[in-house]
Design a protein around this ligand. Sequence first.
Ligand code: ADP
Length: 253
Amino acid sequence: MTTTLRTTTPAVAAEGLVKVYGSGDTAVRALDGVSIEFGAGRFTAIMGPSGSGKSTLMHCAAGLDTVDGGTIRLYDRDGAATELTALGDRALTRLRRHRIGFVFQAFNLLPTLTAEQNMNLPLELAGRHADPQWRRTLVDVLGIAGRLGHRPAQLSGGQQQRVAVARALLPRPDVVFADEPTGNLDSRSGQELLGFLRRSVRELGQTVVMVTHDPVAAAFADRVVLLVDGRLAGEIVEPTAEDVLDRLKRLGG
Ligand code: ADP
């Protein structure tokens, strides 16, 4: 029997997720019956040894990849659910554009656009306008006011990732998924970025789900969920880096 790791009010609820890559003898069950909820207004880190299914879980939960079994529901701020796993391609693209924010390890800023243009791009693609006050708050908190006219090549890695975070948060998505967001940053810039993600949850009410292999990064989250071989292997609430390291060691990570 698998258990579901539940939270008080979910932003995302996944039930019985199965994802298989390949077929026959070489098939890999990247997700093998994962049931989990990610809390609204919470910062959750997904951890586990390399190859345990962290990225697959994130990609499926974010509607970037399809599942072979199970359901995924995304809840809006009023608690209304949309079943991602029942949507066609077009509806899914639209949902991602309007309701989900992404931060990737590689920043993924467009080199010919300024920081400001990069930041505005998702909203423009969705045909929407930024709330000016929200925009000011983000720019202030992220400390990028003086960099908005610069192109990515004129910015440090830390600044580029802060622009990428502003881009993800500006549309006020129901959830932000971050995939190893500090993977390309030095430790100081990485800690600043994680500190901001935590503030965005605690002070601005954002929901953040982050994949990381770094126990120090995971300790910025409210909760760590652990995966091993495509299955849930437990959780740590209010984790410290030592707690996470210790659990990973015992899991063979
Ligand atoms: P993690 O993020 O924890 O390192 P992944 O989710 O990337 O793990 O991978 C889980 C398992 O699925 C691994 O065994 C990996 O080799 C396999 N896998 C992931 N993506 C693919 C793919 N596109 N094709 C085939 N196998 C894949």
